[in-house]
Design a protein around this ligand. Structure first.
Ligand SMILES: NC(=O)c1ccc[n+]([C@@H]2O[C@H](COP(=O)([O-])OP(=O)(O)OC[C@H]3O[C@@H](n4cnc5c(N)ncnc54)[C@H](O)[C@@H]3O)[C@@H](O)[C@H]2O)c1
Ligand SMILES: [Zn+2]
Length: 283
């Protein structure tokens, strides 16, 4: 307001997902909404957070509890800026890239298995392809379901696990969002396999690819103390995707075939959490 932004001005969000979410939310509520442009500079922001119009900030009670749907007028992703990201931040963004393959595009996941290492090393053509495919997939889903009444929830693959783990790690740099997404995707497929929805080969393949990329695949890979499986389950219940007390999950029939269901027995989730924290054998 000190900058005297007027209704017809355009606010620019230049930065990673945190900046995009914050600036977008500010633009949504300032004068009941001013236009804004996203210029995402992290891989995560280029493939995910800058597209689709979700904006918001965290509350002490949980992530993204305060926010608005506010579409940017333009998203401008320049691949060259990714060169200055730390390898860790780059790979965190890669967690969301993998998510797209897993939720709806097996061909893309196959391509990532082959191309991921080159992409991480800096292959520009591969990076352009990955950002393009990811944005297109997100845009297609958001066009179908902007306010998440149905299909858009698929984009939350791995995120119920992820949000609980982020809370457990105190939203600190012990676990970056995209790292939590990668672990969450592995656990969502592990759960799907235990429910007999998909073959055990699927979670094994996902873990193998994440390991090849040098990424975390399980809760035990997070540094420091993490609460036990029961406490994590409790945190999952606080995730905002709870509908009338039932946890909504994104499960999968195979790589590239995710779907939404509330029909996931708590005991199965608990066993997956126990094994992933490394406490499975003791239970
Ligand atoms: N709105 C949505 O739909 C949506 C979707 C996914 C994630 N998110 C949110 O996005 C956030 C994560 O985004 P993020 O991973 O970009 O985190 P971030 O914004 O914290 O950026 C990660 C780090 O990279 C730095 N950085 C950014 N661009 C850089 C560059 N070009 N060179 C060097 N350093 C650079 C930042 O300063 C920061 O230290 C989370 O808060 C998450 O909840 C929102
Ligand atoms: Zn995410």
């Amino acid at each position: 307001m000190e900058e005297k932004v007027e209704r017809r001005d355009v606010v620019i969000a230049l930065g990673g997902g945190v900046i995009g979410d914050l600036v977008g939310f500010a633009a949504a509520i300032l004068r009941r909404g001013v236009r804004f442009i996203q210029i995402p500079t992290s891989l995560l922001a280029q493939v995910d957070s800058s597209v689709g119009g979700k904006t918001g900030i965290n509350a002490p009670q949980g992530k993204n509890l305060i926010g608005a749907f506010h579409q940017p007028s333009l998203v401008l992703a320049d691949i060259d800026v990714l060169n200055t990201l730390t390898p860790r931040d780059f790979l965190a963004g890669y967690g969301e890239v993998v998510k797209y393959g897993l939720l709806g595009n097996a061909v893309f996941f196959n391509w990532l298995e082959l191309t991921g290492p080159a992409l991480a090393r800096g292959d520009t053509a591969a990076r352009i392809e990955a950002v393009q495919v990811s944005c297109q997939m997100k845009a297609d889903i958001v066009v179908r379901d902007e306010t998440e009444r149905g299909d858009r929830a698929l984009l939350n693959l791995g995120h119920t696990f992820c949000h609980a783990l982020e809370a457990a790690a105190g939203y600190s740099d012990r676990l970056l969002h995209g790292e939590g997404v990668a672990i969450g995707c592995a656990l969502a497929f592990e759960t799907s396999a235990r429910l007999g929805l998909c073959a055990q080969e699927a979670p094994s393949r996902i873990r193998a690819h994440l390991k090849t990329m040098g990424m975390k695949t399980d809760i035990s890979d997070i540094n420091g103390e993490i609460p036990n499986a029961l406490a994590l389950l409790e945190l999952m219940g606080q995730d905002k995707k709870v509908i009338s007390g039932k946890l909504n999950f994104i499960m999968a029939r195979d790589i590239g075939q995710a779907f939404v269901t509330s029909d996931v027995p708590t005991e199965v989730i608990l066993s997956v959490l126990q094994d992933s924290t490394g406490s499975g054998a003791a239970q």
